[in-house]
Write a protein that binds this ligand. Structure first.
Ligand code: PGA
Length: 248
């Protein structure tokens, strides 16, 4: 059985004052019915992890370098994330792919770095609006999946997040049928590559404008095992409502 995961991605949002929201979330959800993860900016990771110590809420990073240490100004290694209290790291988010030119090969190498440090990698895939309009969604997602996931992926070291780029931060959400088509496809691709037992153990998250109003119906789709939530993860009340929907 795959345990559902509510993962919050704060992106480049939040200073120490925002930890009050995390404090409220922790207090309101002592024993959630799903796994809960918050990925704050790196500047808050250690504080957030301390705050979550001994609770049901985990913390994670939003990116990592491939090397454990060295002359890479501004970068953060997977080992450093672990040292700060991370258990997960988001890799290959479309904003990283767009802002920093991250390729599938680079994401694959980062996943291996995450595993080296003992982190669970949340690998993001998803098509642009133009790619969807051209009918290329499954081709694009299939190629990203094949290129970004190293051999050895399983349910303990990887989570896959399907995030259509046009749905991120826009308030536009695919139909349940569109979500279902892509999630079924990802499960089938994982089955082809890793075999049914391993493929069935890997959680598939939906991401892109998930909110308290649509979380329940999105999680009802087969092969959706949770959500990767941006904007709605910043407020304890909103993210708490999503956790409740995923716990039902
Ligand atoms: P959003 O972001 O929920 O604000 O659309 C999701 C994401 O990019 O992970």
């Amino acid at each position: 059985m795959r345990r559902r995961l509510a993962a919050g991605n704060w992106k480049m949002n939040g200073t120490r004052a925002n930890l009050d929201e995390l404090r409220a979330l922790v207090q309101a959800h002592p024993s959630p019915g799903c796994d809960v993860l918050i990925c704050p900016p790196a500047t808050l990771l250690e504080r957030a992890a301390r705050l979550c110590e001994g609770t049901a809420i985990s913390c994670g990073g939003q990116d990592c370098h491939t090397e454990p240490k060295g002359a890479h100004t501004g970068d953060i290694s997977a080992e450093m994330l672990v040292d700060a209290g991370a258990e997960y790291v988001i890799l290959g988010h479309s904003e990283r792919r767009a802002d920093h030119g991250e390729t599938d090969d680079m994401v694959d190498a980062k996943v291996q770095a995450a595993w080296r440090a003992g982190l669970v990698a949340i690998v993001c895939v998803g098509e642009s609006e133009a790619q969807r309009d051209a009918g290329d969604t499954l081709k694009v997602v299939g190629a990203q999946l094949a290129g970004s996931l190293p051999e050895g992926a399983d349910g303990d070291n990887v989570v896959v997040a399907y995030e259509p780029i046009w749905a991120i931060g826009t308030g536009r959400v695919p139909t349940l049928g569109e979500i279902s088509e892509v999630h079924d496809f990802i499960r089938a691709e994982l089955t082809d590559r890793f075999g049914p037992e391993t493929a069935d153990s890997i959680r598939l998250l939906y991401g892109g404008s998930m909110n308290p109003g649509n979380a329940a119906e999105i999680i009802s789709v087969a092969n959706v095992d949770g959500g990767l939530v941006g904007g709605a993860s910043l407020k304890a009340a909103d993210f708490g409502a999503i956790i409740d929907a995923l716990s039902a």
